[in-house]
Every structure is written in C-alpha cells, then in structure tokens.
Design a protein around this ligand. Structure first.
Ligand code: A2H
Length: 253
C-alpha cells in the first residue's frame, strides 16, 4: 500500500444478461464489472475490459439492486466507503475466477463500441484497484500491448478460449491528440520503444511515463462532449458527469 491515498474512478461496466454458468444465480440483478481507472476522460476509446485469468473475484452486493464483480480486497474497501448492502461488510453472492469472466459481454459508459468483452491480461495486480481494468489501447501502453498479444497470437487466444470476434473486428479509435505522439499515443510510443509484448515491464513503465505526462499536460480531446478541450480540463468534467449519471463512483485506497 502507498502512503498517499490514490483516488480512482470506478467505471460500472454492465454485464449483459442473460447470465449463464456461475453467474446464473445473479439473474434479475444488475451486475457490473467495476474497473478502477485514473483516466475517466479516455472511456470513449474502450475496446474491451481486462481480467486476470487466475485472479480470485467475487460478486458482491453493493445495494438493493447492484452487484459489483471485484476482488475481495476491493469489496472490503468499498464496504468501508459506504458501498455495501450490509454496512461495513461485504456480502459475496458468488465466488469467481478470471476464467469465469472471460468472454462476458459488457455495456460500458461512453464507449463507442456498444458491446465490449472481458479478456485476459496477465499483468493485472490483485493488490491494486479492483482487479478489473478498462482497456483503452489508443492511450494506455499496457492495454495496447495486451490487445496486440491476443491479436497476434492465435495460440494465446485458444489457451483462454478467446473467440476471434471478441478481439479482431474493432478499430482502435483516436480519442486524444498529443502533439508529440499523434492521435494514438500508446501505439506510437510502444512502436518507438520496440515493445514486443505485455511482459516487457521496464519498457512499458517508460511508455506509460511518457504518455501519461504528455497526455495530461499537452493532450486535447478529439471526441465527446468536451471535444477541443485540454485533457486536464476535460478529466474532472467527464468524471463528474459519469458520477452524476450513476455510471461511475469514486473509490480510494
Ligand atoms: B488506467 P496506478 Cl487510457 N493492475 O485506466 C494493473 N493495472 C491496473 C490495475 C491493476 N489491478 N488497476 C488499474 N490499473 C490500470 C485507463 C488508462 C490507465 C489509460 C492510460 C494509462 C493508465 C485505461 N486502462 O494507467 O498504479 C488502469 O489503467 C497508467 C498507469 O494506480 C489505471 O488507469 O497509477 C492505472 O493502471 C492505475 O495505475
């Protein structure tokens, strides 16, 4: 745990019914994969969601209607932040692993893709955020490389039962311009640094440092309600809007 509390926006990605398999008992409830992000202004560019195949998750009751799929650690933190049906106590309805989540169809706020799918990412940490990550390959180097790995390696898709139509059809949509890196900053920086896969931790750390800093300071929105505005101006406005509409909540740890 870091000393400084980190404030995340939790994006509520709704699992599209009907529910089958282990999710069957949740039929009739509103079930969300809840993803922790520092970049709510990038949600227009979501192409999928990420889960850790071997990660342990649970479906936790947040209130009378909503259920969040997150790690147990996140459910406990949420309960202490008033997001649990029973005060300060998580209630787990179903225990799950990442494998159970791969392939779930999701409706996610602001995304240009009406339906996105939960896919495997091998580098998700279970002691940060919720263990669920939104994927914006135009602007996040980790997301760009994890999607690249799935697209380039049929054996990798096969290993996790990932269907071609969950990863192949969509375009990576430009959503932010960074003068130095163009309209798909993550792609450009990953290519410049010659990153080969999601496992190249040091190079990816450098790619993230470059894009995160420049994006925040020099980035301009290419899409959405705040098109033409600077990223640093748009970020709090988009975050507030997502929270007002009930599509996201604030979460800290
Ligand atoms: B960010 P920090 Cl467009 N394991 O969201 C690994 N990564 C995780 C995670 C976990 N358990 N939980 C959250 N994250 C990711 C968007 C984004 C993000 C963009 C660009 C950069 C970026 C779309 N993915 O993060 O260590 C989430 O991805 C750059 C670091 O708390 C979250 O924001 O600073 C970010 O890492 C939180 O990382």
């Amino acid at each position: 745990e870091t000393v400084q509390p980190q404030e995340y926006t939790l994006i509520k990605m709704e699992v599209v019914p009907p529910f089958t398999g282990k999710l069957g008992p949740l039929e009739g409830k509103k079930v969300f994969l809840a993803a922790a992000t520092l970049r709510p202004e990038t949600m227009y560019g979501q192409t999928n969601a990420w889960v850790l195949p071997d990660g342990k998750y649970g479906a936790y009751e947040i209130n009378e209607t909503d259920v969040f799929i997150v790690t147990e650690r996140a459910a406990l933190n949420l309960a202490y932040q008033k997001f649990s049906k029973v005060p300060e106590q998580p209630t787990c309805l179903v225990e799950l692993t990442g494998y159970d989540l791969i392939g779930l169809p999701l409706r996610s706020p602001l995304s240009f893709n009406e339906i996105i799918y939960a896919l495997p990412m091998m580098t998700i940490l279970t002691d940060k955020g919720t263990g669920i990550v939104t994927s914006v390959p135009s602007d996040a180097p980790d997301d760009y490389m994890a999607l690249h790995d799935l697209r380039a390696k049929p054996a990798f898709r096969e290993k996790f039962g990932v269907k071609d139509e969950w990863v192949m059809p969509f375009e990576i949509v430009p959503i932010i311009n960074i003068p130095e890196f163009g309209d798909k900053a993550a792609e450009k920086v990953c290519m410049d640094l010659k990153i080969k896969s999601q496992n190249e931790k040091e190079k990816l750390a450098e790619a993230k440092r470059l894009t995160y800093l420049k994006g925040f300071i020099d980035g301009t929105m290419l899409v959405g309600d705040f098109v033409g505005r600077k990223v640093q101006e748009a970020k709090p406005l988009i975050r507030s809007k997502l929270i007002e509409t009930g599509e996201a909540i604030m979460y800290s740890e």
